[in-house]
Design a protein around this ligand. Structure first.
Ligand code: 4AD
Length: 456
């Protein structure tokens, strides 16, 4: 169907006086004595195009006035003092009708209401803006790594090991419900893979395999977590960016993470001004200044031990008391990043007992060379560490956690054959999108969010 994108026409005087064909969905309609008006949107622009219908020229336009219907409009583009340009219709074809039960009749609906209809909410301005920024951000992330010589690898989605050792894996099975097996081993031995399998919580372990050959790699794919966390920051299926870098120690990977975050935010500021202005107006006043400030200031680097001291001397009561050795709760993370520093903070050198087996053990014997990047409003967006490159230390950490060595043979081999210092991190794609857009619920960042008790 030959037509021109609305984004091409809006704000482009080239088309004034020209006759064009546009397509879109009707967002608003208004009837007056001699003329009727439609605002249509084809998804290519946040701005709608106004269609002016001269009733003397076009009489059969009633079904085009129904919100949500799809139309093809031909006509002349004219200047309009309020909207920039509009189209004086000479022909309107309704491509798909929309009866009166189309749910998006109001100008603004609550996000909660919109969550009940993921297939239609994408037609609102909010979701148009979210998904355009999502697309631009994905491209900026690929550009960042590609232009610096990283190899993009696709790590397996079905896996036989639980990367984090956290036991929050979705099982993958083809066994029928009524299997009749007595033990777990017997059950899985007869399963598709002949052993227990699940959906990957992280591509890191396979990413390390690739980094030990290609030097610098990154993954960008889905991760799955069956954790029972019904919060505005958790999805059961989220997109995960995981670079892994050989010959890099913790300070090196922190430098890379900070540079990457700043670079991709810069790209969004450059490429999505309308969308950011929209979020600024409707969701987070001061958003653009916040993003500019992130780019122009150094992130804070804070030792975990110092973070605990700050929290203990805070003149406020936390719901979860914290002592050295405890995991930081959301309220602690928010206090540190929002109230103490008001900028992104890398908390480094966590106690080894609250972190994963693969993290490099520090000489103090108590902590690991790991960091989480905390940001105001969202909390943790990056989990990062230097990896334990010493075979014996890694084996000891696995023993302490009672891990099954058979599942990690490849991983251990990396420490046997040409082991090198290496580091990596995992960035939650939806989490950084929340930070950049100011949207406060992760359910409004994914097309079809999967959360505890909800799949569609
Ligand atoms: O801190 P995490 O668990 O780290 C890892 O998975 C490491 N293997 C990463 C690595 O070193 N390659 O997860 C990394 C990030 C978190 O900081 C968060 O942004 C995101 O993944 N994330 C989630 N995002 C949405 N919903 C969830 N349930 C998430 N769990 C983690």
């Amino acid at each position: 169907m030959k037509h021109i994108d609305i984004r091409e026409i809006i704000g482009n005087s080239y088309y004034v006086g020209k006759t064009v064909t546009v397509c879109g969905w009707v967002r608003t309609s208004r009837d007056s004595k001699n003329v009727a008006f439609l605002e249509i949107n084809d998804g290519t622009s946040l701005k709608h195009l106004q269609v002016v219908i001269d009733k003397e020229k076009i009489s059969d336009f009633d079904s085009a006035m129904k919100l949500g219907c799809s139309v093809k409009v031909s006509g002349e583009i004219c200047e309009n003092p309020n909207n920039g340009v509009e189209i004086n219709a000479c022909d309107i074809t309704v491509l798909g009708e929309s009866p009166a039960d189309y749910p998006l009749q109001k100008k603004r609906h609550t996000l909660e209401f919109l969550r009940t209809m993921p297939h239609l909410r994408v037609r609102t301005n909010t979701f148009n803006a979210v998904f355009r920024v999502r697309s631009v951000l994905a491209s900026a992330i690929h550009e960042y790594f590609q232009s610096r010589g990283y190899v993009y690898v696709n790590t397996p989605i079905i896996t036989g090991s639980d990367a984090e050792g956290a036991g929050e894996v979705f099982r993958v099975t083809t066994q029928p419900y009524d299997h009749g097996f007595k033990t777990e081993e017997e059950y899985y031995a007869n399963d598709f893979f002949g052993k227990k399998a699940g959906l990957s919580v992280s591509g890191q372990l396979e990413g390390e395999v690739a980094a030990m050959a290609f030097g610098k790699i990154y993954t960008f794919g889905p991760s799955f977590r069956a954790e029972n966390s019904n919060t505005p920051r958790h999805l059961a299926e989220f997109w995960h960016i995981e670079p892994e870098v050989a010959f890099a120690e913790l300070p090196d990977i922190i430098e890379i993470a900070e540079d990457m975050i700043k670079t991709i935010i810069y790209k969004v500021i450059e490429r999505c001004p309308d969308e950011l202005a929209f979020f600024e107006k409707h969701f987070e006043p001061g958003l653009t200044d916040k993003l500019k400030s992130i780019i122009s200031h150094n992130f804070e680097v804070l030792d975990y031990t110092k973070a605990i001291e700050i929290l203990k001397s805070a003149d406020r009561k936390f719901n979860y008391p914290c002592d050295w050795g405890c995991d930081l709760q959301t309220e602690h993370e928010r206090y540190i990043t929002e109230e103490v520093f008001n900028k992104p903070v890398f908390v480094i050198n966590y106690p080894k007992d609250i972190k994963a087996f693969y993290m490099k053990q520090n000489p103090d014997g108590k902590t690991v060379a790991a960091t989480d990047l905390l940001v105001p409003g969202v909390g943790e967006i990056i989990g990062c560490s230097e990896r334990e490159a010493d075979y014996d230390k890694l084996v000891e950490a696995m023993k302490q956690r009672g891990m099954n060595f058979d599942d990690y043979k490849d991983y251990l081999d990396l420490r046997k054959f040409g082991s090198v210092p290496h580091s990596g991190f995992g960035l939650g794609f939806e989490r950084i999108l929340m930070y950049i857009t100011g949207m406060s619920n992760i359910r409004d960042i994914a097309l079809y969010p999967r959360t505890v008790g909800s799949v569609r």
